[in-house]
Design a binder for this molecule. Structure first.
Ligand SMILES: NC(=O)c1ccc[n+]([C@@H]2O[C@H](COP(=O)([O-])OP(=O)(O)OC[C@H]3O[C@@H](n4cnc5c(N)ncnc54)[C@H](O)[C@@H]3O)[C@@H](O)[C@H]2O)c1
Length: 420
């Protein structure tokens, strides 16, 4: 992860989008910087009695359109710049989907795989203790991200309830169903991307039988593999942090899930015509659809030219660097951009927050139907904007979001008072 330059790279998207809109200067001044980032060193007791500390952050990038919303990542390489960049993307993602939220993000610099379950629980609770004045159902609403899950969200919701002295399920989303989670949240990120692919399949030249390569086999990667395979797509390559595998005749999803359950998809290499690949070679596999579903900057200047897919569905956040974006555009590869393609997760998190506040819970069919109609509505609008302006879908998504953000910032602003 090239964390130091990440935010600057992300801000180039803002500049690019601003060129297509007639904006008040207040708008860019407000969106160029995070509103607040809090840094805390968390101290927890380890199982052996020793104490250990971990750096943690929470960023509220912009709250013009509502309380800030964004996940908490547990990763050894997390940095403040990464958290701020992810919070910037959340600001735009919530605006793309017209959710009544601003953007936020949090992280703990830790490899959670080195902690016992009890240590992980203490760390999760320590995070909420440290940031209890920052989070809140009308202020800042966390959710899961890389290497955090519903169990961790449940501990965090419980800790917040202890601190404020009352059950407050709407403070955090991605909770277990038994603690006020929403049906359909588990596969929402992948499902949103899947609905988008279904909606635009004709324009994208995709159809059941098209070949798919998936980078990363966690929450997003596993569910998109299942949804596309159920639709008749052929999953020909998959990777995780241990490496990649390739099978031109198609991989079996059940076998992939079982192998991942035992550590890694690479355990399947050498069986049933499946070959091992270096992890980096996954992006160059012969296929029609490439799905990055791991981490940032995985498709870069050094490997973008090798991409053979016609379409890239960005389920990960920021998997393509701006340099790689230009290379892919020159090759006429259509990129379904992260702030639209993976927005299903935050959209169903929003549904969870609404259900928590209403105290009324929806059947999964309602969750799916509402998600589908929102993905189609915003996907169609962004497709039309890209076509009308002759710009990439990424630029169109940023223009789409920026026009909503600008409307809200200008409505708050007072510049006209001074100039009229
Ligand atoms: N889960 C969500 O709701 C959600 C929502 C929006 C965006 N995202 C984004 O999707 C991406 C994946 O998130 P997730 O929730 O699936 O995380 P996860 O922790 O469940 O899975 C991450 C996967 O990536 C793999 N991985 C790590 N390093 C890799 C590498 N170098 N090469 C290949 N694979 C590698 C891991 O082995 C794991 O299989 C992230 O960018 C995240 O920000 C997730």
């Amino acid at each position: 992860m090239q964390a130091a330059s990440m935010l600057d790279q992300a801000l180039t998207r803002l500049d690019d989008a601003a060129r297509h809109l007639d904006l008040d200067a207040d708008v860019l001044e407000k969106l160029k910087y995070p509103r607040e980032t809090t840094k805390v060193r968390l101290m927890i007791r380890m199982d052996d009695g020793s104490r250990k500390s971990f750096m943690a952050w929470r960023c509220r990038y912009d709250d013009t359109r509502g309380p800030t919303k964004g996940g908490i990542r547990f990763h050894p390489d997390s940095t403040m710049e990464e958290v701020e960049t992810l919070a910037f993307w959340m600001t735009f993602k919530c605006a793309v989907m017209n959710l009544p939220y601003g953007g936020g993000k949090g992280a703990v610099q830790v490899d959670p795989h080195t902690l016992s379950k009890a240590e992980l629980e203490r760390l999760s609770r320590a995070y909420v203790q440290a940031f209890s004045k920052i989070v809140g159902p009308d202020r800042d609403i966390p959710a899961p991200d890389v290497y955090t899950n519903s169990m961790i969200m449940g501990w965090m919701a419980d800790e917040y309830a202890s601190i404020v002295g009352q059950a407050t399920p709407a403070v955090i989303t991605g909770k277990p169903i038994a603690l006020g989670g929403s049906l359909g949240r588990d596969d929402a990120t992948a499902r949103g991307g899947y609905y988008l692919v279904q909606r635009l399949a004709r324009q994208l030249g995709l159809e059941p039988g098209s070949r798919v390569a998936i980078q990363g086999f966690g929450n997003a990667g596993q569910h998109i593999a299942r949804l596309l395979a159920d639709d008749g797509y052929s999953i020909v390559a998959v990777s995780d942090s241990k490496g990649a595998i390739h099978c031109p005749s198609g991989l079996d999803i059940g076998n992939l899930l079982a192998a991942k359950g035992q550590g890694s998809v690479t355990n399947l290499a050498g069986t049933d015509g499946i070959s091992a690949l270096p992890a980096d070679d996954l992006v160059a596999v012969d296929c029609e659809l490439l799905v990055p579903a791991a981490l940032e900057d995985m498709i870069h200047e050094g490997n973008a030219a090798g991409v053979k897919a016609r379409v890239v569905l960005e389920l990960a956040n920021g998997p393509i660097t701006p340099e790689a974006d230009a290379i892919l555009a020159a090759k006429n590869v259509v990129v379904l951009p992260d702030i639209l393609a993976n927005a299903g997760g935050v959209t169903v998190s929003y549904f969870e927050w609404v259900q928590n506040r209403q105290g009324y819970y929806w059947p999964v069919e309602d969750v799916h139907a509402r998600l589908k109609s929102m993905m189609e509505r915003e996907g169609d609008a962004i497709w039309a904007r890209a076509r009308d302006k002759g710009i990439t879908l990424r630029s169109a998504a940023y223009v789409h979001a920026l026009s909503r953000l600008a409307g809200a910032i200008e409505a708050h602003g007072t510049q006209q008072f001074f100039t009229s």
